[in-house]
Design a protein around this ligand. Structure first.
Ligand code: PLP
Length: 356
């Protein structure tokens, strides 16, 4: 019998048990083909239909416009750090970035490495900046909607007079967002909507008109849009897992509104527990706190090893903070249940009673 564990890893993150069971059940015979989804040609109709259906479901859940291109690419969030400046700006062009943490900083470093004139419109790794200084001649403003490492999240998206580009890798489809405000959105799947290997990129019609000419075809979003994400072999299995996750979100959870309400409840419970704790504290101010990644520290560093060991023994996994900041982090992605957060909150409160 497998021991029941609570998965708080930051990424790849938890998948729902029912999704894992579906993948297992369908693994050797995909939709009556007699083949596994792992071994079907990407030019054959079952895979073409998989790409179409998954795109269709994403359009519906994200509320996308009919002429937005929805792409399934490889290379993770990290390749998008490079493709965005390549597609939306020429080498010496002005581009603005909000530097709100580890990944946001990597994104702006990539633009800088390509020779772009990068301006940091706001920098804060402990909270969401209250105002941004955006240049008027800039090609776009890049933000990271949820800062996975430092535990902050844009609770209200910033006003932007220039095209707004967003890395939604760690909060896509965790809450309702007005997607019409964005000039480009991207998210790898492995945190909230699937597993590693595929990155969803949404490129609206107007943004496609901004794309530079003479890019190598592979790096040009239009190549992948024209080919229906089948310009080269797409990551078929990872797309299949995304489809399973979207079905789960729509049919089992009951849609994005219900998902958001549940995510709010999970995060509120854990933050309340931390705010009441004598041994732990969350350094993030409440107007910047992330619903997805709850970052916290021990008041007394001597308690850290014993907390980690006892948590592991209790089946609470993945609570170590990112290697760049230490401390603790509990990732409460879509698949993490309220019951998982109740167990963690109970464990923290009990630890407080025993050692506080
Ligand atoms: C995890 C993460 C990334 C890194 O993505 P890779 O797929 O590992 O390249 C980028 N952005 C954000 C916000 C992340 O959380």
């Amino acid at each position: 019998m497998t021991r029941y564990v609570h998965n708080f890893y930051a990424g790849p993150g938890k998948l729902p048990g029912s999704v894992l069971e579906r993948i297992r059940d369908e693994l050797t015979d995909y939709r009556g083909t007699g083949l596994s989804v792992l071994e079907i040609s990407h030019r054959a109709s079952p895979v073409l239909e998989l790409l179409e259906r998954t795109e269709e479901k994403l359009r519906r859940l994200m509320g996308l416009a009919g002429d937005d291109a929805v792409l399934f690419l490889q290379g993770g969030g990290s390749l998008q750090f490079v493709m965005i400046p390549m597609n939306l700006s020429a080498p010496a062009d002005a581009v603005d970035y909000a530097d709100t943490g580890y990944w946001a900083a990597k994104a702006l470093d990539a633009a800088r490495s390509l020779g772009r004139d990068v301006h940091v419109a706001g920098r804060d790794h402990g909270a969401i900046p209250s105002a941004l200084d955006i240049r008027s001649d800039t090609r776009y403003l890049h933000i990271c909607t949820n800062n996975t490492v430092v535990g902050t999240q844009w609770q209200v998206m910033p006003e932007s007079p220039v095209p707004l580009v967003a890395d939604m890798s760690s909060d896509i489809l965790s809450r309702n967002v007005d997607t019409g405000r964005f000039a480009l959105m991207y998210a790898h799947a492995q945190k909230t909507i699937g597993t590693a290997g595929v990155t969803v990129v949404v490129v609206p019609r107007k943004t496609q008109e901004m794309i530079q000419s003479n890019l190598p075809p592979f790096f040009d979003y239009r190549t992948h849009a024209a080919a229906g994400s089948n310009y080269h072999t797409p990551p078929v299995f990872a797309v299949y897992v995304v489809e399973c996750m979207l079905d789960w979100l729509e049919q089992e959870v009951g849609g994005l509104q219900v998902m958001e309400a549940l995510n709010r409840k999970k995060a509120a419970l854990l933050y309340e527990t931390l705010d009441a704790s004598a041994l732990f504290h969350c350094p993030v101010p409440s107007d910047s706190r992330s619903m997805m990644n709850v970052v916290f520290d021990a008041v007394d560093p001597e308690r850290v090893p014993v907390f980690c060991q006892e948590a592991r023994e209790a089946g609470l996994l993945g609570l170590e903070g990112h290697r760049s900041r230490g401390g603790f982090r509990a990732s409460l992605y879509n698949a993490v249940g309220l019951e998982d957060v109740e167990v963690l909150s109970g464990f923290i409160a009990d630890f407080d009673r025993r050692y506080g």
